[in-house]
Write a protein that binds this ligand. Structure first.
Ligand SMILES: Cc1cc2nc3c(=O)[nH]c(=O)nc-3n(C[C@H](O)[C@H](O)[C@H](O)COP(=O)(O)OP(=O)(O)OC[C@H]3O[C@@H](n4cnc5c(N)ncnc54)[C@H](O)[C@@H]3O)c2cc1C
Length: 364
């Protein structure tokens, strides 16, 4: 049996939650699917306070933002939230298949917003499969959701915001952070986070990398080495750092497979961190009625994911003819908010990526 759905939102992270609420506030009926047992996406593990404006929940901790959004979703009569529900396939005839309670459901949505987020990248080096080598997201989940101290002695790879924030959170959890290793010549994350680590005595080694890991059945240490300006390892600079955990915060890549499978045009755009769907200014892909919001359309932050969610949700409402005047105003407001969020030097990379999306769209 095929179930008809007016608006389908795939993924209950900040983008999906905001998209569902925006479409439902305008009058549409929304089915929100989340593969985990708890919605919130990456927000559930973020214990630090957010920056930005009041509308972007500045001053509130990430997991509290998640809880507030989920409360609003649960209270909304136009939204049905289904957890433990994984979307497996999107087909060119518009049918979406979902795995829920070991059964396959078939849906036929009028409009769909994909908000599946991103996956963590990994690094290639000898023995990178030893137990004790984790992605930063897993370590954050162990600490901040499971209440588990993830390590005694850790080496962090990556000095972007995630690497810096997770390192600081590990210090707070009583973990010894030996150092943060960064292959680039400069620190990619906010200096406010880097300064907190440095004040706590954690060295941040730029132009260093992991040469190999070692251990008997589990991680016992890593060999680090310096890189030259051509990214080649410099022989003789090796440094042995005993540790029980190596944490990789080397970037995220958009989870755009569903859009791809549905037949939406996707392109590799380095500045957006991988293959992304080519979307228009309302975040609609090259497939009529199929939208993408959040990290799936290019890696940014939770604040921009929420605004993109609102943009896509209200754009869908306009397309369906719900509360059009107000929904259009909200679309315009979200676009202006995104411009503001992406202004300044930290937004340069994402602006370049979006310019490439626009160029590709023009070529179509
Ligand atoms: C470790 C880590 C730390 C971070 N720290 C910060 C930070 O400090 N500050 C900040 O602003 N940003 C931070 N970010 C980035 C921020 O969390 C993301 O930009 C933001 O969460 C993106 O929101 P999203 O809704 O697009 O994706 P996500 O939050 O990843 O949510 C996607 C959701 O979709 C669900 N999903 C995926 N596939 C399917 C499917 N097939 N079917 C059903 N559901 C599916 C997932 O389970 C998930 O709940 C961090 C990211 C990571 C990974």
């Amino acid at each position: 049996m095929i179930r008809d759905v007016e608006v389908l939102v795939i993924g209950g992270g900040p983008a999906g939650l905001c998209a569902a609420k925006a479409a439902a506030d305008s009058g549409a009926h929304v089915l929100l699917l989340e593969r985990d047992d708890t919605p919130g996406g990456q927000l559930v593990k973020q214990t630090h306070k957010f920056f930005g404006s009041e509308r972007q929940y500045a001053g509130t901790r990430g997991f509290q933002i998640g809880e507030m959004l989920v409360e609003e979703i649960n209270a909304h009569e136009n939204i049905e939230l289904m957890t433990d529900a994984t979307v497996l396939g999107m087909y060119e005839d518009g049918i979406v298949t979902v795995l829920k309670d070991e059964k396959h459901l078939k849906l036929r949505p009028v409009k769909t917003i994909i908000a599946t987020g991103a996956a963590e990248k990994f690094l290639t080096f000898p023995n990178n499969d030893l137990p004790g080598i984790y992605g930063a997201g897993a370590v954050q989940t162990l600490m901040n959701v499971g209440g588990v101290k993830p390590a005694d002695k850790v080496v962090m790879v990556g000095a972007g915001n995630i690497g810096l924030i997770v390192s600081y959170q590990m210090l707070q959890a009583g973990v010894e952070v030996e150092c943060v290793v960064e292959a680039l010549p400069n620190i990619g994350g906010f200096l406010v986070h880097a300064s907190k680590l440095r004040r706590a005595g954690v060295p941040i080694l730029t132009r260093w990398t992991v040469k190999e890991a070692y251990g008997n059945g589990k991680l016992e240490g890593v060999i680090l080495c310096q890189l030259d300006d051509k990214w080649q390892q410099i022989p003789g600079t090796e440094k042995d750092v005993p540790c029980d955990t190596l944490c990789l915060a080397v970037g995220l890549t958009p989870l755009a497979e569903l859009a791809w499978q549905a037949g939406a045009r996707c392109e590799y755009i380095r500045e957006l961190s991988g293959h992304v769907p080519i979307c228009d200014e309302n975040l609609m892909t090259t497939i009529e009625g199929l939208y993408c919001a959040g990290d799936v359309s290019g890696i940014e932050e939770a604040s921009s994911a929420m605004v993109e969610g609102r943009l896509a949700g209200y754009a869908v409402a306009v397309a369906l003819g719900y509360d059009v005047e107000n929904a259009q105003k909200e679309v315009d407001a979200a676009k202006a908010e995104l411009v503001e969020l992406r202004s300044g030097p930290m937004g340069g990379k994402i602006r370049a990526g979006i310019a490439k999306v626009e160029q590709k769209r023009g070529e179509a």
